[in-house]
Ligand binder design. Structure first.
Ligand code: URA
Length: 240
């Protein structure tokens, strides 16, 4: 599809529209090897090659970032008083319209997908598409098989909200056991409320996986990395 050159350059998040226009005016931009000084010049990024300051300018329609969210950061795009997950994105991407695909509570840590692809976000969050989100929950008290069964069968929350069945696995036993839980929904405080309804509590919660993509263990809390097309496709994997 044909697009204006200045708009295309600024859409990648590093330069504002004005800066892109200035670069074009200065002769810093070549299309198919020829310097273009007309900011309104139209190109097709799938067909034409663009060089900026002598380097290939790769056009990415959308970006997908894996963030390892720390505690104390809000899952929002902007907030008047609190640091948001989008504040943790590298500066060169800040001008893109990035947002978190789904929310984690302020105290929850782990995998947050940050993207500017609204259709993709919608698809992976919709329960009907069966994309599992996997969490590790540290519980307040020893957990009984009955409590796990209640959550696994599809529990009714204290306010009457019905949850779909969840998949559960014991990871550690003891006074504060660790369980893995997989859900395809994203209701407000869902996992905390599921365990509360079963008669237990959650004291720590971490999201470890979205669809088939595991949180990179080399990513420290507060860090994010760009995902490859293969990794993005792994997120979009339906559970059975
Ligand atoms: N369930 C919760 O209770 N909190 C989260 O952050 C995510 C799922």
């Amino acid at each position: 599809m044909l697009q204006r050159l200045d708009k295309l350059i600024s859409s990648q998040g590093t330069y504002t529209r004005k800066e892109a226009q200035q670069l074009i005016k200065e002769g810093a931009v070549k299309v198919d090897g020829v310097t273009v000084r007309d900011r309104g010049f139209h190109i097709d990024p799938d067909v034409n090659s663009v060089m900026l300051n002598g380097r290939e300018f790769c056009v990415e329609k959308f970006v997908y970032l894996m963030l390892n969210k720390p505690k104390g950061v809000v899952s929002a795009t902007n907030d008047r008083s609190q640091k948001t997950v989008v504040d943790l994105v590298p500066d060169e991407l800040k001008k893109r319209n990035l947002f978190p695909a789904g929310r984690l509570d302020m105290t929850t840590t782990g995998f947050v997908l940050i993207t500017d692809d609204g259709d993709f976000a919608h698809r992976i969050l919709s329960p009907k598409n069966h994309i599992e989100k996997t969490y590790e929950a540290r519980l307040a008290e020893p957990v009984t098989d009955e409590q796990l069964k209640m959550v696994a069968d599809g529990i009714v929350l204290e306010d009457g909200t019905e949850c779909l069945p969840a998949k559960l696995r014991r990871l550690e036993d003891g006074e504060n056991p660790l369980v893995e839980i997989k859900i395809c929904e994203g209701k407000y405080h869902q996992i905390k409320r599921m365990f509360a309804a079963a008669g237990n509590g959650v004291i720590e919660l971490k999201r470890t996986k979205m669809g088939g993509l595991i949180l990179d263990e080399n990513l420290r809390e507060g860090e994010c990395k760009k995902l490859s097309a293969e990794e993005v496709a792994l997120i979009d994997t339906r559970s059975e």
